[in-house]
Design a protein around this ligand. Structure first.
Ligand SMILES: NC(=O)c1ccc[n+]([C@@H]2O[C@H](COP(=O)([O-])OP(=O)(O)OC[C@H]3O[C@@H](n4cnc5c(N)ncnc54)[C@H](OP(=O)(O)O)[C@@H]3O)[C@@H](O)[C@H]2O)c1
Length: 254
């Protein structure tokens, strides 16, 4: 995608990577619409960043996705980029299924069904645009598992394969499919993660992402240097070592 001149909807941008990316894209001359459930944060973002638009959306609710999509397309008919950022991550102990099953179902609803329903709501409109981008958000954990978050890892592996498949199907259209593959980044995704020294500072992460978009507008997978350790373990042949290192260094791994 081009770094500037787009109209971008980011459901899941009231905090963390989504918000930082929204502000960086706005700074570079894009129209940006931020989405999420927390209305107090949406109001704060609108007040603090004039020109950044907001829409309330709960991506676990198909009705909310339909309403928000209709609203966004009516207000911004030039919309040409969707970033399916909304995601949740939770620790699970599979020795005791009763402790996590409902939570696991919620992870799959948010992280897999959410993007599928969002993309379905926008893909016809995008085919009418001369140049459109669907940016999915997977994770380094799509490629190497963190022991304590099985459903989350599985949800992100699903997003990787969804992205690969959609790219093939939509190759005959004006719609590009780009996958953002963050490493561990300092956000509030998990308790304590914002202070985790093993995670990448948020501003550094977004600066590197923006540089990749700017210098490689046709990139298919947005990989900062830090994620390549996880992303290419299997290809390099050191997958077992990658998995061992990941689970030894992450404070959530025990
Ligand atoms: N930080 C990392 O280390 C890391 C690594 C790899 C991938 N990722 C991915 O990056 C994405 C952003 O995560 P983050 O790290 O920036 O964490 P975050 O600060 O917790 O952001 C998560 C965002 O998702 C939104 N969200 C969650 N459930 C939603 C729902 N049902 N409907 C609408 N919005 C919802 C939240 O907004 P509301 O609560 O206001 O709804 C929030 O804006 C996620 O997909 C995550 O899996 C993060």
């Amino acid at each position: 995608m081009d770094i500037t001149g787009n109209t971008v909807f980011i459901p899941g941008a009231t905090s963390g990577i989504g918000l930082a990316l929204a502000l960086a894209l706005r700074e570079r001359g894009n129209t940006v619409i931020v989405g999420g459930r927390r209305t107090e944060l949406l109001e704060k973002i609108a007040a603090e960043h004039p020109g950044v638009e907001t829409v309330r959306i709960d991506t676990t609710d198909p009705g909310s996705i339909q309403t928000a999509a209709k609203d966004v397309l009516a207000r911004f008919p030039s919309l040409n980029v969707l970033i399916t950022m909304a995601g949740v991550m939770r620790v699970e102990d599979w020795h005791r299924p009763e402790s996590f099953l409902e939570s696991a179902e919620g992870i799959i609803t948010t992280n897999v069904l959410g993007p599928i329903r969002l993309i379905a709501a926008f893909v016809e409109h995008f085919q009418t645009r001369p140049d459109a981008t669907i940016m999915t958000v997977s994770s380094g954990l799509a490629f190497a598992p963190l022991k304590v978050t099985p459903s989350y890892n599985a949800s992100k592996a699903a997003i990787h394969m969804l992205s690969e498949s959609l790219r093939l199907q939509l190759a005959d259209t004006s719609v590009r499919v780009v996958e953002l593959e963050p490493p561990s980044v300092q956000t509030d995704l998990l308790p304590g993660q914002a202070d985790n020294d093993h995670a990448m500072p948020l501003d550094e992460y977004v600066a590197e992402v923006m540089s990749i978009i700017e210098t490689q507008p046709d990139v298919r997978e947005i990989q900062v240097e830090r994620v390549k350790f996880l992303r290419y373990g299997e290809a390099r042949g050191d997958y077992d070592q990658v998995v061992a290192t990941l689970n030894a260094t992450d404070p959530h791994a025990n």
